[in-house]
Write a protein that binds this ligand. Structure first.
Ligand SMILES: [Zn+2]
Length: 340
């Protein structure tokens, strides 16, 4: 029987509630079938994500570790489970349904609060919530070739009652809202995705129903490899080392959706400025030594170039650069780091 009493909901930031679901999706221009990630919320490729448990039995914790690790066979990320006070992901086991913040939204949550919750634990829900944590959206909100025709009165009644008791805004956000198709190239709905809800045929007008997907689908795996590349070869993505004070390093966004990574080492604490130059409209993110997001910028520099100024302590920092227009933007740029 489809598991209709246990549905995951997106935990979204208050800032996201104020605007409609945006179209900032990871777009891939070839291939027939794609799941969907929110590009703006992806972790830097190669990140070690530290995970801390806030409670739970040893059996629950063991299952989470055991099942979640499958993602890292495909995505070029590592999960490190520890009691680190700076863990970016914190997992609770409260009777509060199953949910997770999406991607790097977890970084904005106070460090004493969970970023993920398991009201129940099994393989399917662990892979699903970790999928959100990696930046994946619900597959039923993928706009491309989506075959689902919701029977809204039935769905509203089911989710508006126990045990979910969702209000209409929550139902609208989690069920009917779709991401922007214009940002997706040739993406198709994947009915085998671990990110698809299970629901019975009477929730739709066209007889579409979905059984629980307890494992990663081939498309889930392929997409994880594409969004976080490098696992296939056993190497991490190329990261270019920048030297503070050196002139600008020249680079290019050569293909749409490309993400360029840089690192630099702060040897003496102080205020540092990271900026790009040139005609290309870029977005830049700065991550700290533990993978924590420090700042993101779009247009603070000259000619719509991103520019980030931040007080940094000693350590190694990562800079991620991508085009503002992920679906078809390309172009040359230079990047440099200086100490103010
Ligand atoms: Zn979910």
């Amino acid at each position: 029987m489809p598991r209709t009493d246990k549905v995951c909901f997106d935990r979204i930031l208050p800032s996201d509630l104020a605007r409609p679901i945006s179209g900032r999706m990871f777009a891939i221009s070839s291939g027939p079938a794609r799941a969907a990630f929110q590009i703006a919320k992806l972790w830097p490729n190669g990140t070690t994500i530290h995970v801390r448990f806030l409670g739970g039995t040893s059996s629950q914790q063991r299952q989470v570790k055991q099942f979640s690790i499958e993602w890292t066979e495909h995505a070029n990320l590592r999960f490190e489970f520890s009691n680190s006070p700076s863990a970016q992901v914190r997992i609770a086991f409260e009777d509060d349904g199953a949910w997770s913040y999406v991607g790097t939204d977890s970084l904005g949550i106070p460090s004493n609060q969970p970023t993920m919750n398991f009201g129940w634990v099994d393989q399917g829900v662990v892979l699903h919530e970790f999928g959100h944590m990696l930046g994946m959206i619900h597959e039923h909100q993928n706009p491309a070739s989506n075959p689902i025709q919701w029977n809204k009165p039935v769905v509203n009644a089911a989710l508006g009652g126990p045990p979910n008791n969702w209000d209409q805004a929550t139902i609208d956000h989690n069920m009917y809202a779709k991401y922007d198709v214009s940002q997706l190239n040739g993406s198709n709905f994947d009915r085998d995705s671990v990110m698809l809800y299970s629901f019975p045929a009477n929730w739709t007008l066209n007889g579409f129903q979905s059984d629980p997907n307890e494992t990663l689908s081939p498309v889930d795996k392929e997409f994880a490899r594409r969004v976080y590349p490098g696992r296939d070869t056993g190497s991490t993505a190329t990261t270019t080392e920048l030297t503070v004070y050196e002139g600008a390093t020249q680079a290019a966004i050569g293909t749409a959706g490309e993400e360029d990574l840089y690192s630099f080492t702060v040897k003496s604490p102080g205020r540092y400025v990271i900026e790009t130059e040139g005609p290309t409209d870029l977005v830049m993110s700065l991550y700290g030594p533990t993978g924590n997001l420090i700042a993101q910028d779009d247009d603070s520099g000259i000619d719509r170039n991103p520019r980030i100024g931040a007080n940094l302590s000693e350590g190694k920092y990562t800079v991620q650069v991508r085009h503002y227009n992920e679906s078809n933007g390309t172009g040359n740029y230079g990047i440099k780091v200086s100490k103010a």
